[in-house]
Ligand binder design. Structure first.
Ligand SMILES: Cc1ncc(COP(=O)(O)O)c(C=O)c1O
Length: 398
């Protein structure tokens, strides 16, 4: 392991604080290191591996596509992309898709689309909620409202109006006065610490969007493709967005993202307005189509059941360890647990016991397990969590 860590230090720019784990391979909900030690993966590559590692149907689909072709360019029709686009529309609302290679590129596409709408309407600004993460490229970074991420990098030149996620304040006056072209928001914040937007707030936002013709764009990059128990998280709410941004889980582990634009606002991208060499990679699209086939309505019901089981277990631990666990939030298999002790020590304890967890917003244990996780694996996680909490207690009293 040291050998690889050493080689990385000499070769790879240091932009991540990695966990001391060199992965050999993965299977189902587990990753394995070079010595064969297994680790229960409770954040699935930050919500990418919704179907776990090496899902047999995905592997089969990928191999099939590898033998056909990998790249054809946007000069030709890509059957795999068309089929995936149709499947996405059938799971959401009538509209059209533009494919990208990542989430942040999806956000960039959304910003450009909004910009084209704004040009027609004489509007420019976009509303974002505090604590939002929408990516790190210089258009998306303007909408990312986490100071430790946005830092003091210059961002693309368009007005961004930040509204507090926990108190929308006088949103109507903002809409009236500034006349933004759109609002882009996460319904459950990912990096912001798993804050769930309340139904009443969303009702208010969508009503005001309608009244002031502000385009409602939901960033479903982390919440989408079944993560919250619905195909898209907006389906928990009584609304239809004008635009959805997706990425992460859709590619089945391959880089893939994009935007879904409602037919009501079709026509604002013309040839030459936007593009990307790989959008979409036929391999990513073919595997994406398979991901959607597997994550059907029946599958989503199982996510709800697992979510309840996990939440019950977490609430039980919260009752027994109130000195360590604060608020528990989330939807489906996207959960956040406020940690009242040193979260990095807790993370290390999990690692020692063969469980991989992620910390968001400094003190929130962010759980994004593969959606295929079973009851036994959920119990394994809860048992290890309990043991970690007991260890904290022992250390405290020493
Ligand atoms: C809600 C949300 N938006 C945007 C992004 C950026 O996506 P990517 O890292 O694929 O560029 C992420 C990534 O974590 C995300 O969670």
């Amino acid at each position: 392991m040291e050998k690889w860590i050493d080689r990385e230090e000499k070769t790879i720019l240091n932009t991540y604080n990695r966990m001391p784990l060199v992965v050999s391979h993965g299977k189902g909900c587990y990753l394995y290191d070079e010595s064969g030690k297994q680790f229960l993966d409770m954040f699935s590559g930050l919500a990418v591996n919704a179907l776990g590692h090496c899902h047999p149907e995905l592997v089969r689909e990928g191999k099939k596509q590898l033998e056909k072709h990998l790249h054809i360019s946007n000069f030709f029709y890509c059957k795999q992309g068309i089929a995936l686009g149709e499947a996405l529309v059938s799971r959401s609302f009538p509209g059209k898709v533009f494919f990208t290679n990542s989430g942040t590129e999806g956000v960039e596409a959304a910003i450009k689309y909004l910009f084209n709408i704004g040009k027609k309407k004489g509007r420019r600004g976009i509303v974002s909620l505090s604590g939002s993460f929408h990516g790190r490229t210089l258009g998306a970074l303007g909408l990312t409202r986490i100071p430790s991420v946005s830092k003091d990098f210059p961002v693309a030149d368009y007005p961004v109006y930040e509204v507090s996620r926990r108190d929308l304040g006088d949103l109507e006056s903002l809409f009236q006065k500034e006349r933004p072209v759109g609002i882009i928001l996460e319904l459950v914040s990912g990096s912001g610490g798993i804050e769930v937007t309340p139904r009443e707030d969303m009702k208010r936002i969508s009503k005001l969007c309608e009244k002031y013709e502000v385009i409602l764009c939901i960033d479903e990059i982390q919440t989408g493709i079944g993560r919250t128990g619905k195909f898209f998280a907006y389906q928990h709410y009584d609304l239809t967005p004008d635009m959805v941004i997706f990425a992460k889980a859709i590619g089945g582990g391959n880089p893939l993202g994009g935007i879904l634009v409602h037919e009501n606002i079709d026509g604002y991208f013309l040839p030459g307005d936007h593009g990307t060499t790989f959008g979409p990679s036929p391999l990513s699209a073919a595997m994406g189509r398979k991901v959607l086939e597997i994550i059907d309505e029946e599958f989503l019901v199982t996510v709800e059941g697992k979510s309840r089981l996990l939440m019950e277990g977490l609430k039980d631990l919260q009752e027994r360890f109130p000195e360590s666990i604060g608020e528990i939030r989330g939807k489906g298999l996207m959960m956040g647990i406020e940690i009242k002790e040193d979260p990095s020590k807790l993370k290390d304890r999990f690692l020692e016991q063969g469980v991989l967890v992620n910390i968001a917003a400094q003190n929130v244990l962010r759980l994004l397990p593969p959606l295929i996780i079973n009851e036994e694996e959920i119990r394994e996680f809860l048992t290890v969590f309990e043991s970690c909490l007991k260890k904290s207690k022992t250390n405290e009293s020493e």
